[in-house]
Design a protein around this ligand. Structure first.
Ligand SMILES: [Zn+2]
Ligand SMILES: [Zn+2]
Length: 275
């Protein structure tokens, strides 16, 4: 498709919330924070990217009931129901982008039997190699879904990307490591400009504005660079960044039923909501 004839190939992006975890601010930042004891919950999302005449592209695959019970998370709506409520039939999804392979982003692969899974080569190598011998490094990964992805690899269902890549008209991948070895963010060209699905390059808007990343990382310096890269791609606009776990996404963007339309401008500017 010629971008000159269609300046906004991405017509709709939905952030679909499926789970929640109550926690305190001190749990969400590497460094001490003044408001350490205030509640600062995390929401869990997957994202659906829509273009005219194409099957939706799903970003990340969430987790299911077993992982929720094992880790004390609350499923607010089963992922498959959230997708259907968003008008996405998982059986028809042809392409799934995995931003990284933590348990909350790469479970539930079986919901998408007809999809190809797009992952960074460095992420797969990290999640299947010697680093997983360290139980602290391993903790945010679950073996089962990683093994499921390896099975998909042997069935020609995995597509590797090495660094930045053009995924499809209006959708590109940008490498943003630090939180994990091969985290990729997804940049979508919409009618309001580039919108960055940042995933865990920024769990919360406050991780960006305070310039203090979330306390799970493989390289803190790269994590800072990744956060800056996300902001740069968004032209410095918080309204154009969609963090991986921020309840403000549901609070500030238009939408209903725990599904936010993040291709549209927020009805409350993020900077105002944070103030
Ligand atoms: Zn993560
Ligand atoms: Zn996450």
């Amino acid at each position: 498709m010629d971008s000159r004839t269609n300046p906004a190939p991405v017509t709709q992006i939905q952030a679909i919330r499926y789970a929640r975890h109550e926690r305190r601010a001190q749990d969400n930042f590497i460094a001490p924070v003044d408001d350490h004891d205030v509640p600062m919950p995390l929401d869990y999302y997957v994202w659906a990217i829509h273009r005219d005449g194409e099957a939706p592209v799903v970003v990340d695959t969430g987790f299911g009931e077993l992982a929720a019970m094992a880790r004390g998370r609350t499923i607010t709506r089963p992922l498959v129901q959230g997708l259907r409520d968003a008008g996405v039939d998982p059986l028809l999804v042809e392409h799934v982008i995995l931003t990284h392979l933590h348990y909350d982003h790469a479970g539930s692969l079986d919901l998408f039997p007809n999809a190809h899974f797009h992952v960074q080569e460095s992420e797969m190598a990290f999640a299947t190699g010697r680093h997983m011998c360290d139980r602290h490094v391993r903790a945010p990964f679950d073996g089962e879904p990683v093994a499921e992805l390896v099975k998909r690899l042997y069935a020609d269902r995995v597509v590797f990307h090495e660094g930045d890549a053009e995924f499809a008209p209006g959708i590109s991948l940008r490498l943003a490591p630090g939180h994990t070895a091969g985290l990729q963010v997804v940049v979508c060209q919409t009618a309001r400009g580039a919108v960055v699905l940042a995933s865990d390059a920024a769990h919360l808007y406050a991780n960006l504005t305070r310039q203090v990343p979330f306390p799970i990382f493989v390289d803190e310096t790269f994590y800072h660079i990744a956060q800056q890269r996300v902001l740069n791609i968004a032209g410095g606009s918080l309204d154009h960044v969609i963090p991986g776990h921020d309840p403000l996404v549901l609070a500030c963007f238009p939408g209903t039923n725990d599904i936010a339309r993040v291709d549209l401008a927020p009805h409350t500017p993020i900077a105002e909501a944070l103030a």
